[in-house]
Design a protein around this ligand. Structure first.
Ligand code: MN
Length: 205
């Protein structure tokens, strides 16, 4: 396997065109969210990590290492947001789809049904107070829904991330204004990339 990329960190290309997720997420939202917000996290991280030990680490290691020390909070915030956004783009697909195989069975075991999972996922995302994320994670053999605030991410704390939705206002305000629940419902029902979730579920560790 190739050595993971270390800094300077790059803004990875979107896996689809900016307009591909419309009408659920408009090209206008994607243009700002990816081209301005996500890019700013990567640029800030490069500025902060330059000439530090973090500059020689792959991005996921920067997130895990900087999470350990409150003095590294600015690095953590930007590294985690860079990681979270790249992960989020991969969690979305214009084709949407359905979970399959072992993941489908685990969703039925832990949430009752796939439909019930979608509803609970959207509900938890709406309940996150202020900026943050809602996640589907694997934790000790069980699937769980987790909410995090601001840049916080389950991957920094040993949970395996399967899916996420960004619930910062910048993720939905241009298209949905204050209607975060409508954004979450539409994304949960139409855009979740279940092939990506299955890959994350099957990955060892
Ligand atoms: Mn965002």
């Amino acid at each position: 396997m190739d050595k993971p990329n270390t800094g300077p960190f790059t803004l990875s290309p979107l896996p689809y065109d900016e307009g591909a997720l419309a009408p659920v997420i408009s090209a206008n939202t994607m243009s700002f969210h990816y081209g301005k917000h996500h890019k700013a996290y990567v640029d800030n991280l490069n500025r902060l990590a330059q000439n530090t030990r973090f500059g020689a680490m792959p991005l996921d290691e920067v997130v895990r290492e900087s999470a350990k020390n409150p003095a590294d909070r600015a690095i953590f915030n930007n590294a985690a947001q860079a990681w979270n956004h790249a992960f989020f783009w991969a969690c979305l697909s214009p084709r949407g789809g359905q979970p399959s195989g072992d993941l489908k069975q685990a969703l039925e075991r832990d949430f009752g049904s796939v439909e019930s999972f979608r509803e609970q996922f959207a509900k938890e995302g709406a309940a996150q107070f202020g900026s943050g994320w809602v996640w589907l994670v694997g934790d000790g053999g069980k699937l769980k829904i987790e909410k995090t605030a601001n840049a916080e991410t389950p991957m920094a704390h040993g949970r395996r991330c399967l899916l996420t939705i960004d619930v910062w206002e910048h993720a939905y305000y241009l298209d949905y204004q204050n209607r975060r629940p409508d954004f979450l419902k539409a994304v949960s029902e139409k855009l979740l990339n279940w092939d990506f979730a299955v890959q994350n579920y099957q990955r060892a560790g």
